[in-house]
Design a protein around this ligand. Sequence first.
Ligand code: PLP
Length: 428
Amino acid sequence: MKDIIETLRAGSGQEFINLSAGNPVILPEVEQLWRDCTAELLAGPEYGEVVCRYGSSQGYQPLIDAVLADFNQRYGLNLTDRNILITPGSQSIYFYAANAFGGYTAPPPSPPDQGGATATQSPPYQGGARGGSLKKIVLPLSPDYTGYGGVSLIPEAVVACKPTLDIDAGAHRFKYRPDFSQLSIDQTTGCVIFSRPCNPTGNVLTDDEVKKIADLAAAFDVPVLVDSAYGPPFPSLNFTEMTPIFGGNIVHCMSLSKAGLPGERIGIAIGDEKIIQILESFQTNMCIHSPRYGQAIATRAIASGALADISINVIRPYYQSKFAIVESTLEQAMPKDLPWFLHRGEGAIFAWLWLKDLPMTDWELYQELKKVGVIVVPGSSFFPGLREDWQHKHECLRISLTATNDEIETAMKRLAQMVEKLYQSVDS
Ligand SMILES: Cc1ncc(COP(=O)(O)O)c(C=O)c1O
């Protein structure tokens, strides 16, 4: 990312098609929704209450009520307001969980002095809580969101599981699936996290896969955080059918960032009261609460149903049509006999391309693509916690769907030309 920012800043007269962005596009209908909600807030008596007051750590009560009513009605749930926590962006939920449930547990306290003449000596200092055992943050399907990489204060606590690859060679498509023979969730697991739909791949784990992971974790009372930053009901960036799953040890985590409010920092966690309380305590200590202006406008957009509508009718079709352009251009421009595989586009705002046996690393290819004015993200950044050597980690690219149709088409053609040349140079 640092290199991308520096490249764009340096400019040096070169025009780039930037397919690296994680920022959502500002769609006019979405911006208008937030303007309208803001105008309503400004015109009403609530403004001062919202902006000039501290609030509860759990969140702005009208927003909690709006989420509650929406989810109970939409999914037939029986949530109470104790099942909901509003956070400053969803990234913070993973940070709270990773550090509340994962990392080093404190060693057991030494037994109290039994009243002898000499006081028992305290154990030697072992570096904060490091004397305890390590509770891991398990990422069951690698690659996954790069933001999980730094989520724990104890970097070695984040461990990811290598997937199996479901390849359709004739169609040049593939899909990652969790490898349950490798996935280990036990008493050393603090929590489990995965994104669904997935950034960077657009993968959507099936309902059965989610339930299987949750069941494995439930046996050890381990919370499972399902990162639904791209999921329904907002922003609904799923291009395939998927059902959000609730209950037990599952914490359904949402973000309003991809629904047009990344700057307002709103995340929503829905789960068991005991888990929510722990996350809330962490939040109180860390930042007290999420800013209230964003929460107040989100309340209006959710309660009126406008956010769910705009998600399905504007946000989803926008990115889905961009994915179709990536797909059709690659199909046209990529040589049929090369081992290129596009991940099934099941959601999110990215396409993920695997170039099997790529004759250079993903990082080198990224540098080569810059020379023809195309910026993508090297795929190796998206395997946090996967420490083993795996050639595949260096054979993928993430392509953002945030550019214009023409830009995407041009960039995919340049990419195809480049890839063809690279593989030819090895053959000759
Ligand atoms: C999968 C995933 N989870 C979480 C986040 C963080 O989102 P937020 O803005 O809600 O903190 C992102 C942001 O891009 C993301 O892609």
